[in-house]
Design a protein. Sequence first.
Length: 326
Amino acid sequence: MQQLIDNFDRKFEYLRLSITDECNFKCNYCLPDGYQRTHQKQFLSQIEIKNLVNAFAELGTKKVRITGGEPSLRKDFSAIISTISKTKGIQKVATTSNGFSLQKQAKDWFDAGLDAINVSVDSLDPKMFHLITGKNIFDKVMQGVSAAVAVGFTQVKINSVLMKGLNDTNLNLYLAWIQDKPIQLRFIELMQTEDNLEFFNKHHLSGELIKQNLLKNGWTQKMGLCHDGPAQVFTHSDYQGEIGLIMPYSKDFCKSCNRLRVSSLGRLHLCLFGEEGVDLRDLLSSADDKEALKARILTALSNKKESHYLQQGNVGGTPHLASIGG
């Protein structure tokens, strides 16, 4: 079987698939002025998604994360989950959501075949949550998190973008919250994009500070699985929950890269940063083009670079994180 392996012997078993770049939040680190549509193209259809995921599965992909924008803005979101979950070879289907529809939809998504969910909660303080997201719906999102746990998701992950002067004082609040809950809390370092240099310089904070704090207080690092994401995960015997740290500016971050991205318009991105992507869409409407699609993906992968070079300030062509699915 052909495998997605690049020139640096990295194996790619994880696909992040965006199904829309629309979002209904105005997070200050991503879309502070709200979503502005910059194209007239339609997002990938269910048929295109089915053909795409089939090709990736035959190349060894085992996990698909459905992203956006906000993926639940698609009215056919549950049907898309079902299509992907039924694909031969796909072992895990996950999504990342802002939680706006989670309370109402958690059971439908679970029943459709969703295995795991990450919810963006950038502060446990309702006022700070409102300030960061532009939405005064903290309680609604938290009720959604509780609903996800109740319907049977074995572990709900919470994403929090770490920002100096905004939510960096919340650590003790977060730790108390996960003490008796099966939740993995993930702090993500703020990343620089084309449109946020001033914000980045003001609010970027290294996750290394939290890592050293955790290790000093009895937390131990857990070994990851081959198709896990880039988080360094820490556990503690006194806590039911876990802490994950995603630190793209850390040394050798790209060494364990195992994921590729496809945008909601059908472009393959080898990295979140630094390149314009390869168009796959002309090969997605018919299953008859599967071998040509696989060949194009493999050819593109041969051009993947060793690093994202974020440390050198390279943000490539990424206007904001919602543009290709974060």
